[in-house]
Design a protein around this ligand. Structure first.
Ligand code: G6P
Length: 354
């Protein structure tokens, strides 16, 4: 299924493939009846003393998400940009599990970090989309995210598949099978479909085409999604965009906020949504247009110029639904600006140099 199936771009097709990608990732790993999670390839892994993620680009944002999942389950976890792993002098030993999150399984920076981890005696796990890739072959364990081929240079469906795979890994590693999460995972494909079917992002994109910059804010599980929202916008529109943990806005970036810088606020149940509403008020009083991506957990609507709704889900999964709205906003902005969406200038799908 390598054609565009009637879509103008592979990226749009791949955004629409996300419900299927999630179903594939969950298949035979999440049992509906017994509400259990079973990822064969890591079933024999002892719970590690600490977990370190190494990754680049979008995969790094998935890794940040993975750290939160593990920490919530009592595991000491950190995410590192693979290109900084050696410079950070990170202590690694036999008690450490190093997880390389890499769509292609070929990214040079990530491969180097995994090699360093192996030399230091760590156990390694590749979370990758490509069967038989270098990372899959090199690591002690591999979990495939099963998104199917991704042609668009900007990662979309593989990001959600990585997040789901990391949720399964977190449950399997810690032996914590949270009924609510399992149920929410099973409902997620249909909820993603609903977001895709009802998304009003085209109009939002149209309204903010001429903006000076785009900012994205979110807290907790929504913080990596804010970073990813900005990365997507940069990659395919060539417009200035930045993502922040919502609380950081007032420590500098607020100086950039004007009536020509729309702020996309991801406000979903979980980590202190009321505090994010406080941050929204700060930008609203400075004249910035606000687009709230929300499940309606708190009243952010009254401060927003537009609302992009997402269904209620588990607090760890609503950010995944919110991310779809942000992918679509970037897509429609890029589309109206006539950008080379599937192959943005200067970028490559897989970067094999350090
Ligand atoms: C490139 C791609 C990005 C990707 C990054 C990491 O820069 O353009 O979309 O996130 O590499 O790739 P990986 O295959 O390791 O996930």
């Amino acid at each position: 299924d390598a054609g565009k199936s009637g879509y103008d771009h592979y990226m749009l097709k791949e955004i629409h493939e996300q419900p299927t990608a999630v179903r594939q990732c969950l298949s035979e790993r999440v049992s509906g009846l017994e509400r259990t999670i079973d990822v064969d390839s890591i079933a024999d892994l002892e719970p590690p003393a600490r977990v370190q993620f190494v990754a680049c680009g979008t995969s790094y944002h998935a890794a940040l998400y993975g750290t939160r999942l593990l920490r919530e389950r009592g595991v000491t976890a950190q995410a590192f940009l693979a290109s900084e792993y050696d410079a950070d002098s990170v202590p690694v030993d036999e008690e450490t599990l190093v997880v390389g999150v890499t769509q292609s399984g070929e990214t040079a920076d990530t491969m180097t970090a995994l090699r360093d981890a192996t030399s230091a005696g760590a156990t390694t796990l590749a979370v990758t989309n490509v069967v038989g890739s270098s990372a899959a072959r090199m690591c002690d364990h591999v979990v495939y995210v099963r998104a199917g081929p991704e042609i668009g240079v900007a990662a979309t469906k593989t990001f959600v598949s990585q997040q789901i795979a990391l949720a399964l890994v977190a449950c399997e590693l810690t032996g914590t099978y949270d009924d609510d999460l399992v149920e929410a995972l099973r409902a997620l494909p249909d909820q993603l479909q609903a977001v895709l079917d009802e998304s009003a992002t085209r109009d939002v994109a149209e309204e903010y085409l001429e903006s000076d910059a785009y900012f994205f804010i979110g807290r907790g599980y929504n913080a990596p999604v804010a970073l990813e929202g900005a990365l997507k916008m940069k990659e395919i529109t060539y417009k200035h965009a930045e993502g922040f943990a919502a609380g950081e806005l007032k420590h500098g970036p607020l100086a950039l906020v004007t009536d020509r810088t729309p702020v996309f606020a991801i406000v979903t149940g979980g980590a202190n949504p009321r505090k994010t509403v406080g941050n929204v008020k700060e930008v609203e009083t400075r004249g910035a247009p606000v687009v709230a991506v929300t499940d309606g957990c708190v009243d952010v609507e009254r401060y927003a110029d537009h609302v992009l709704p997402v269904p209620e889900s588990h607090p760890a999964l609503t950010p995944i639904l919110a991310n779809v709205q942000l992918q679509l906003v970037s897509y429609w902005v890029a589309n109206r600006l006539g950008r080379s969406i599937d192959k943005p200038r200067n970028l490559a799908k897989s970067v094999t140099v350090e």
